[in-house]
Design a protein around this ligand. Structure first.
Ligand SMILES: *Cc1c(COP(=O)(O)O)cnc(C)c1O
Length: 463
């Protein structure tokens, strides 16, 4: 399998080169040159596989030329051995027509562990194999940082530095990042906002001599390895319903920020999994919901919500979907993205929008509706949703067409977002590993909101 850029300016490259490149050199995103097609008899055979065996089958389709199967098996097994549930991503039934896919049983209690545990092991393998130096630099509003650090802590040949906005991430997220004691981890708490952190990172990656000298690598969801790792649980969840006698398509409802998680679902559908509608849920930052409503893709005003991991204005993976929507026509994608840069807006014609609506239906969920959904499900089913998951469940309820069955993806454990849960007077008991964080010593360096101050820290750390 080769990987190409959505903008057509990169010669096809192998999987290892694709993960090391991160963002494509022409500014586009890397995508598989073609999608493997999974036949009905293969789906039937995959039905009985435990999670890791299924992951091996699916991931091998995308990376077997670069990573021998026995090595890939070792990476996959190691990545999911850290999960607290032997099923890795169990499916819980709430009603006949609504099931929850719990993706939060990894080390940091958020779905990002599914991809980042794997990416951490993959980076270690590549560092060992190719002798590449891997220095990861990223900014986080909370979940990605904790999960990325957990994915590479203590790993040979890798260092990681994560910037987070000082005192502006949830208490649990802050503890998850800063209580890690491994020497290959540097936490910088920037005296500014998440946008300031991201701006500093962007400037450092754009400083090509600095980037080269320090071997900087990205960890955000533009990395194709993350998307591929996430396709697995769509198959796994579908098979759990099939096991109970379900036949035919299933909808998936996905709380979305960067369009990463739901794009993985779209790939699963295109590979042949019987997916009905992909129900896209945004919070009040609704750029994606507006796109599927009107065909216009245009950032709005930033809103702080109870689901901060979805508080984004530009969905970085959306370009991959634009590439699919235009049948891989990289010229059109490049000119659309150019226009987006110049005019801050993209509009697709009616026939393209019609196709998009064939696969997706999108809803924006308000802050009140999010909290109401948490309270309502807690009362009706004794099941506590985190605020991100609640957006997805609220969207599934709005869709609710007779005869359809929906699997709602649960992207975080509610304990990570207790600040919001408490607003509806719900008290929860923290799981033991989260409770234990409160007594641990912390390692974090507070830095001024300045690219040069951050640069000084990195010069010393990556030396
Ligand atoms: C990152 C995140 C999301 C959004 O995922 P995307 O891939 O950016 O769409 C949703 N929920 C939680 C808890 C997250 O951490």
């Amino acid at each position: 399998m080769k990987y190409i850029s959505t903008r057509g300016g990169v010669a096809p490259i192998g999987f290892t080169d694709a993960i090391l490149m991160g963002l494509a050199d022409d500014g586009g995103l890397l995508v598989p040159e073609r999608l493997p097609q999974v036949r009905a008899d293969t789906l039937e055979a995959w039905k009985k596989l435990p999670y890791t065996a299924l992951a091996l089958e699916i991931l091998a389709l995308f990376m077997e030329e670069d990573i021998p199967r026995d090595e890939l098996k070792r990476l996959v097994d190691a990545s999911y051995a850290t999960f607290r549930d032997p099923r890795v991503t169990p499916v819980v039934k709430l009603r006949d027509d609504l099931h929850v896919l719990e993706l939060f049983h990894g080390p940091t209690f958020a779905f990002k562990d599914v991809a980042l545990q794997f990416l951490g092991n993959l980076y270690e393998y590549v560092a060992d194999r190719t002798g590449s130096v891997i220095h990861i630099l990223g900014a986080t509003s909370g979940d990605t940082g904790a999960s990325a650090i957990e994915g590479v802590r203590g790993k040979k040949g890798i260092k990681i530095c994560i910037l987070h906005p000082h005192n502006r991430v949830s208490r649990v997220q802050e503890l998850q990042m800063t209580t890690v004691q491994d020497d290959n981890v540097l936490n910088l708490a920037v005296e500014g906002t998440f946008d300031d952190c991201q701006r500093i990172i962007k400037e450092l990656f754009a400083d090509v001599p600095f980037k080269r000298r320090h071997h900087l690598r990205a960890i955000n969801s533009i990395n194709i390895a993350r998307i591929l790792a996430q396709t697995v649980y769509y198959f796994y969840a579908y098979f759990r319903l099939a096991e109970q006698g379900h036949e035919g398509p299933v909808n998936f409802s996905v709380p979305t920020g960067n369009f990463g998680d739901i794009y993985a679902g779209y790939l699963a559908k295109r590979m042949g999994l019987p997916v009905g509608k992909l129900i896209l849920a945004t919070n009040e930052n609704d750029i994606l919901a507006r796109f599927f409503g009107s065909g216009v893709y245009q950032p709005g005003e930033f809103r702080g919500t109870y689901s901060p991991s979805m508080d984004i204005q530009v969905a970085s993976n959306f370009e991959r979907y634009l590439h699919d929507l235009h049948d891989g026509d990289a010229g059109t994608v490049a000119s659309l993205m150019e226009r987006f840069k110049a005019e801050g807006r993209i509009e697709v014609p009616a026939d393209v929008l019609r196709r998009a609506r064939g696969d997706f239906t999108a809803y924006s969920v308000s802050n009140d509706e999010c909290l109401d959904t948490i309270a309502r499900y807690y009362e009706a089913y004794g099941y506590l949703l985190d605020p991100h998951t609640a957006c997805g469940v609220a969207a599934a309820d709005r869709r609710a067409e007779a005869g359809e069955v929906t699997i709602a993806l649960s992207t975080a454990h509610p304990a990570k977002f207790d600040e919001a849960i408490r607003l509806r007077n719900i008290t929860q008991v923290y799981p033991e590993p989260i409770q234990a964080l409160f007594g641990k010593p912390r390692r974090v360096t507070v830095v001024a909101n300045s690219r040069d101050r951050v640069k000084e820290q990195l010069e010393a750390f990556f030396a």
